[in-house]
Design a protein around this ligand. Sequence first.
Ligand code: NIG
Ligand code: FE
Length: 417
Amino acid sequence: MRRAAASRPGWDAVWVNANLATMVAGGDAYGAIRDGAIAVKDGQIAWVGPRKSLPRQKARYERDAGGRWITPGLVDCHTHLVFAGERAQEFEMRLKGATYEQIARSGGGINSTVTATRKASEEALFTAAARRLKSLMAEGVTTIEIKSGYGLDLANELKMLRVARRLGEEFPVTVKTTFLGAHALPAEFAGRQGAYVDLVVDKMLPAVARTGLADAVDAFAEKIAFTPQETTRIFAKAKLLGLPVKLHADQLSDQGGAALSAEFGALSADHLEYTSEAGIKAMATSGTVAVLLPGAFYFLRETKLPPLALFRQHGVPIALASDGNPGSAPTVSLLLMLNMACTLFRMTPEEALAGVTRNGAQALGVAAQCGTLEEGKRADLVVWDIGHPAELSYWLGHNPARTVVRGGRIVRQSRKS
Ligand code: NIG
Ligand code: FE
């Protein structure tokens, strides 16, 4: 109603002479429409199809895309973007032979970022995260998930979540926040893991739910982190509070994390290098998205490949994300992840692009709003200076984004056209 009343006649914007990678499943590769047009009205995609069928209407802004490709805005569905400091010295230690697990067990790893993040002011965290967010947005990211998990006490977890929310308010990007209180055992709880899980379940989760600062709940189920039983307690409480769940699952060993996620109808299970076929079948049944994180695989020099053939065989949707964090994936490039997913995991460029569009949106529970170029969805789109969508996976460290549009507004224009 409101939309109709506010509307002026005609399109707000239209791009013609564009090749559209709509990423709608089931049709041509990339859901491609060649020589297409896309029209935007009131922040939404109002029309998409072959140019010759575009209904004749006035447009306040009209662009000839010159045969360039337009994709949906990219979705980065797993990041730890808010943190203080860096862990370059741990990188050096690993190059001298220490493992990620050894560093974590000796008090470094996630806990060293916790120390830095607790000390940092909210403003300092915002400034550092904003810089990283801008790099991702410059590559066409219009929707991003941001986790807490470097506070590990109520005040600092809420501080991180507030920073994440504020990023979504101050930048033209949709931010989905995730509470990751069960990321690691904080140093002050050494030897008292059960007591920390009690704190997460009895105090932190209810407080987080009350504030409305988190859209989902995550945990790290791993030998160096939390057991499947502890994860179950956390998930059960999250469900009780009406918050959807997701899991850092089977990253370093098979903990049955995929099946556990599926049991709770998780939005996604993430990492999954060590997941079994039984876990994958359970994910297929529950509609849980597999989020693969090639940056962490690469940076930790993991050798166990995620079981891609089984995800394909059982029809589990595969998303890709940056995992941007100071320990296992110090990256601010989602396009680089597409390349790594293809070279390291042997995903196809089309699967990789679906992973950061349609399936990334599903992993965040926002598939009705974004992830494909379809009428009625939010007008999040990217015009790329490329001749074929496979180029998005092909270049290493090159950003061909020309125009980034979010909610119908141009948020980045790299060159005048
Ligand atoms: O997704 N696996 C646990 N969490 C992060 C790493 C966080 C860190 O090392 O700071 C991950 O890889
Ligand atoms: Fe992660």
